[in-house]
Design a protein around this ligand. Structure first.
Ligand code: ATP
Length: 210
């Protein structure tokens, strides 16, 4: 059984015409960077792994996590975390509740509150728990969204230009946070980026589509 995330002869077509063809393996804790021109199908490939591919796209081939075929598993049973460039926070929840949503079920109220406080500290947003997400800057919201995904303890992590809205310093901090967390938890990461510095920081292999 191959530990990690495997893409085996994945072919994605749009309206019957092949868009991309890729085979790759991402060992636990490592990052595979996916680069390629706009429109080549990078985000669509991530949707396939999530189990969220929609018409007009079709796919053949296999995505497997720790040797287990993901086909047939609904998205919520895949335990694959996805982070976009645009942080999608729940607008009717405050920042703390957005983070708490990522936490696995269980634990006491006090434990959950402590976990949220620790998470806020890790992203440099101490005291931001009661804030309305609409009052956050783009970079602050991006950090909350990233931390919410990490708290959900995904078994694989898909990042779609996740650092695009951050300034250089924050970008470096967030890269370190996410790559260190993935390494520590043994989580394979697919990183879609146009930024060669992201790829260099990720340190793993890279594939170029198109
Ligand atoms: N719902 C849709 N219906 C039809 N075509 C779509 C749909 N969504 C995306 N496309 C097209 O499918 C192709 C692949 O899109 P995708 O978003 O996967 O590309 P990408 O490589 O991630 O691009 P970018 O780097 O610009 O984000 C593009 O040509 C896009 O215009």
């Amino acid at each position: 059984m191959a530990e990690g995330l495997t893409l085996d002869e994945v072919r994605i077509a749009k309206g019957g015409a092949e868009l991309l063809h890729v085979s790759a393996h991402v060992p636990p804790g490592e990052v595979l960077t996916i680069m390629g021109p706009s429109g080549v199908g990078k985000s669509t490939l991530l949707a396939f792994v999530m189990g969220d591919l929609r018409a007009p796209f079709t796919a053949t081939g296999r995505a497997a996590l720790d040797g287990r075929d993901l086909a047939g598993l609904p998205p919520e049973a895949r335990h694959v975390g996805l982070l976009y460039q645009d942080p999608l926070l729940f607008p009717h929840f405050d920042v703390a509740a957005n983070l708490a949503f990522g936490l696995p079920r269980g634990g006491t109220r006090a434990e959950r509150r402590a976990a949220v406080e620790a998470a806020l500290a890790r992203i440099g947003l101490e005291g931001y728990g009661p804030r309305d997400p609409a009052t956050l800057s783009g970079g602050q919201a991006a950090r909350v969204a990233l931390m919410r995904v990490l708290l959900s303890r995904p078994r694989a992590l898909l990042l779609d230009e996740p650092f695009g809205k951050l300034d250089a310093e924050l970008r470096a901090r967030m890269r370190k946070l996410v790559f260190d967390a993935a390494r520590a938890a043994g989580v394979p990461v697919l990183l879609v980026t146009h930024d060669a510095a992201d790829a260099a920081a990720a340190g793993g292999a890279a594939v170029r589509l198109g």
